[in-house]
Design a protein around this ligand. Structure first.
Ligand SMILES: [Zn+2]
Length: 408
């Protein structure tokens, strides 16, 4: 069976119901008990029993009814329930090229603080990364007068191939070592539960909880950063493959015996659209300042293309066509309702263009039904971190509800 984002173990029906009730309350913001029963299919009597457990555990609270809203003519206004924000403090961290982006949220998802720290090197040892995360957590909690010890759960998003259920990093461009159980090492060094996942999966989680995919059960998120990532959501759950190595959109093949990729294989999409692929082409044919940094050389390429330099234009055009081909392959396999192109860098506009989407539509299986909707969502690093925090919040909720079951 495919691994999906469910906590381990075989919870009994009561626990499944508890988890469902919390999820419905969180999704609704505020909701009356009778509506929880309707949405979950759990009997009203069981909902009443479960919600009183949740209230006495401090996870959920009652909201005073508003007299004159939608209640006139229907008798007594109904008491609604909501998740209690103060119940838990949750942190999310996104590790990217030379940067740690952090966010602190409370249990109802409200952002309390954001923080950015610079990594000493683009690729660090696991111990150095843990130390940097620890000191960044100390800094962000200090901003709101709390300490790292107050955090109940930490979500960590990393680029690379990550086995989320095991908290295991097969490989990440941000870490010098392969095959490490980073979650266990983080949990040894930090006083909270840690939830680790591939960063693109966390963007999918963020899109699902508070982005473009609210209310959509089948969608795909493509992220463009240093590399090209993908998060697949099927039936509302992140699909991770059997080894946690799925959704490697960047290493799907778009060319037989094609350009050499960082991963050692040939013809991968990344070997045409990533930063290093663009620079490889630019370095061959465009004049450049030998002292310029990678990002300066890349920026020079984008500027040259905008100013009408033919060679620069053909480099970006080729990357765009390869990207459209990759997208068409994804549509032909998954037939999702929605594709979200999710990124933060305006300089990547050539990949988000109408031409790319039109080229993708030309290459998908043609039927008498509209092709999937494509939405473009540009957001900053803090939103990646927010996805990590959202993932941790799910984990903290599952643990808190399980604890309730043990004490029941
Ligand atoms: Zn590759």
């Amino acid at each position: 069976m495919a691994r999906q984002d469910k906590p381990a173990g075989t919870p009994d029906q009561r626990e499944v119901n508890r988890q469902q009730v919390v999820a419905v309350i969180r999704g609704a913001g505020q909701i009356a008990r009778i509506d929880i029963a309707r949405e979950t299919g759990v009997s009203p009597a069981t909902v009443t029993a479960i919600t009183s457990e949740l209230i006495s555990a401090g996870l959920v609270e009652e909201v005073a009814p508003e007299e004159d809203r939608e209640t006139s003519g229907r008798g007594r206004p109904r008491v609604a329930l909501r998740v209690r924000g103060a119940a838990h403090l949750v942190a999310g961290v996104k590790v990217s090229f030379r940067t740690l982006s952090l966010v602190l949220i409370d249990f109802d998802g409200t952002t309390l603080a954001e923080h950015e720290a610079t990594l000493s090197e683009p690729q660090v040892s696991p111990d150095a990364l843990i130390a940097e995360i620890r000191s960044a957590l100390d800094e962000i909690t200090a901003k709101i007068g709390r300490t790292t010890a107050d955090i109940s759960g930490l979500g960590v998003g990393l680029p690379g191939t990550i086995d989320a259920l095991e908290g295991f990093v097969h490989w990440s461009p941000s870490i010098t070592e392969r095959n490490i159980c980073l979650r266990d090492r983080l949990e040894k060094a930090l006083p909270m539960a840690v939830f680790l996942d591939n960063d693109a999966n966390l963007v999918a989680k963020a899109e699902q909880l508070f982005g473009e995919a609210r209310g959509v059960s089948d969608f795909i998120v493509i992220t463009i950063e240093q590399g090209v990532g993908m998060g697949i959501v099927i039936d509302g759950k992140v699909y991770r493959g059997t080894r946690g190595c799925g959704a490697e959109f960047g290493h799907t093949k778009v060319h037989l015996d094609g350009a050499l990729c960082r991963c050692g294989q040939r013809g991968c999409l990344e070997a045409y659209v990533s930063d290093y692929a663009l620079l490889r082409e630019a370095d061959v044919s465009l004049p450049s300042n030998a002292n310029a940094s990678r990002s300066e050389r890349l920026e020079a390429l984008f500027v040259a293309a905008r100013e009408g330099n033919h060679t620069a234009h053909t480099i970006l055009n080729r990357a765009s066509r390869m990207f459209a081909l990759g997208l068409a392959n994804i549509v032909n396999i998954f037939d999702p309702k929605l594709i979200i192109l999710s990124g933060e860098r305006m300089s990547r506009d050539f990949l988000y263009s109408d031409e790319v989407i039109a080229a993708m539509r030309d290459e998908v299986v043609q039927v008498d039904a509209p092709p999937p909707e494509v939405r473009i969502h540009k957001w900053g690093d803090s939103m990646w971190a927010k996805g990590a925090a959202a993932y941790a919040m799910e984990g903290v909720t599952a643990l808190a509800v399980r604890r309730l079951a043990i004490h029941a």
